[in-house]
Design a protein around this ligand. Structure first.
Ligand SMILES: O=C(O)CCC(=O)C(=O)O
Length: 454
């Protein structure tokens, strides 16, 4: 049962009393649920608290957790809900009544992501040599789960005792407070503790050896080096929305405790719309909503990982990750540029420098210009440092960027997803357009980079 006794709109048809909505909401009953909620998003906390006490109907709207979360931004100690965190107590006590609203009810009934699609379609490998990994997965850019690839030791069992504060969205949490929040919240999209500063805050957590096949990061000589490692701690339903990793890098991600559900796609999946400049992505506001609405219309590769498993996320692949464990999922992840990934990273920084990230922006008034200068500076640093440390790799990456497209590259683009719906037809058309562009580029002797969204 919904905590505020909200029921789906259709249930109202079964009731005798059809005047309930105007009894509960008075004159605003004629506004749509969306408009009422939108208006409440511009209210301050005092007005919201008053709205909670104005009527039983309005209380259901004014209690939406997202409204209150916005007032708690900063350093917090979460108390059972965002509303009580902000107010410190219940706004007031009103008798419970039934209210009919799909808008308020839907988030409550979204299934747990764990119930989605148990297919395992990502390759898995155990105990493979570094050479085999590079040849089979890194070089062609194919995702893989390396089972037992990360040594998990006892230090992770005492995570709650870790000192210092960590970033989760727009919030700073003490680790113990975050763990309390992760276990107690009812957020549709829970905050995810995802912090690149963890090695400074809690150096003992950074005392691990990256799996040997990932030790070569060609960005490591850059000064400053772009952000490259993160601690990821999340309760159920938290996770990472669809994205492509920054600066043309690949990533490895080790699950330490709990379980993660991974989805991979070469193209932006349905329901995920990157802007033309690649800086923004429009997508459903929660991972659960994407799963409910779009999973059935797409065929991402998928995998579930548990303690000790390491996922390889190849450069350019879209991916989304949902933490499944009912208690807590903990992971560390590093982004890196390997020898095979170097042409991709160089090409991205040359052709779309505004997409570079993980470094402070240089000063200036025009944000677009600041982003471009940051990308160009990172590109120049990468080239300079490679010239000094690995001129051989720089030369072969440049040669590969000069080579025209091969027939194999074109065939990869035409790879049929064996799907007949309109969405996939339009994808095939996009692919055909790309192939035509590739053919034209090859004929003109120009380089053309294939298959990657960014
Ligand atoms: O562990 C996760 O949530 C995935 C992180 C991720 O996809 C990334 O860092 O790019």
């Amino acid at each position: 049962m919904h905590p505020l006794n909200v029921e789906p709109l259709g249930n109202e048809l079964l009731k005798e009393d059809r005047g309930l909505r105007s009894q509960q909401l008075g004159r605003i009953a004629r506004l749509s649920d969306e408009i009422i909620l939108e208006c409440l998003f511009s209210a301050d906390a005092g007005t919201l608290a008053a709205a909670c006490c104005a009527s039983r109907g309005l209380r259901a709207f004014a209690s939406v957790e997202e409204l209150w979360k916005a007032f708690a931004v900063g350093r917090v100690r979460f108390k059972s809900s965002w509303k009580t965190t902000v107010l410190g107590r219940e706004a007031c006590r009103l008798r419970r009544t039934c209210i009919y609203s799909d808008l308020l009810y839907l988030p409550f009934v979204l299934p747990e992501p764990a119930s989605f699609w148990t297919t395992e379609s990502v390759a898995r490998a155990r105990g493979i040599s570094d050479r085999e990994f590079w040849d089979k997965y890194d070089e062609p850019g194919i995702p893989v789960v390396l089972e037992g690839g990360f040594a998990v030791d006892e230090r992770w069992a005492d995570l709650g005792e870790t000192k210092g504060t960590f970033r989760a969205g727009a919030f700073e949490f003490a680790m113990a407070d975050y763990l309390e929040y992760a276990a107690a919240n009812a957020d549709l999209q829970p905050l995810y503790l995802f912090d690149d500063r963890f090695a400074d805050i809690a150096p003992h957590l950074a005392k691990y050896e990256p799996p040997s096949m990932f030790r070569d990061d060609l960005f490591r000589w850059c000064e400053p080096r772009p952000q490259y490692r993160w601690l990821a701690v999340g309760g159920p339903r938290s996770g990472s929305a669809w994205h492509v990793d920054p600066n043309g890098t690949s990533a490895w991600n080790a699950t330490i405790t709990g379980r993660k559900r991974w989805f991979f796609s070469r193209e932006p999946p349905p329901g995920v719309h990157p802007s033309a400049d690649g800086l923004d992505v429009v997508a459903p506001p929660s991972l659960a909503e994407w799963l409910v609405r779009y999973l059935a219309h797409s065929k991402p590769l998928a995998a579930t990982t548990g303690p000790g498993d390491v996922v390889f996320v190849p450069r350019g692949w879209w991916h989304m990750v949902v933490n499944l464990d009912p208690n807590l999922t903990v992971a560390v992840t590093h982004n890196f540029c390997s020898e095979s990934g170097l042409p991709h990273a160089l090409n991205l920084l040359r052709t779309r420098p505004h997409l570079a990230s993980g470094l402070e922006l240089p000063p200036g008034a025009d944000d677009g210009d600041r982003r471009r200068r940051r990308g160009a500076a990172l590109h120049d640093q990468l080239v300079d440092t490679l010239r000094r440390h690995r001129p051989d790799l720089l030369e072969s990456a440049e040669a590969s960027l000069r080579r025209p497209a091969t027939l194999w590259d074109k065939l990869l683009l035409l790879q049929d997803h064996d799907d007949d719906d309109a969405c996939s037809r339009s994808k095939k058309n996009t692919k055909r357009t790309k192939v035509a562009a590739a053919a034209a580029a090859a004929a003109a002797g120009e380089p053309f980079v294939f298959g990657f969204a960014l």
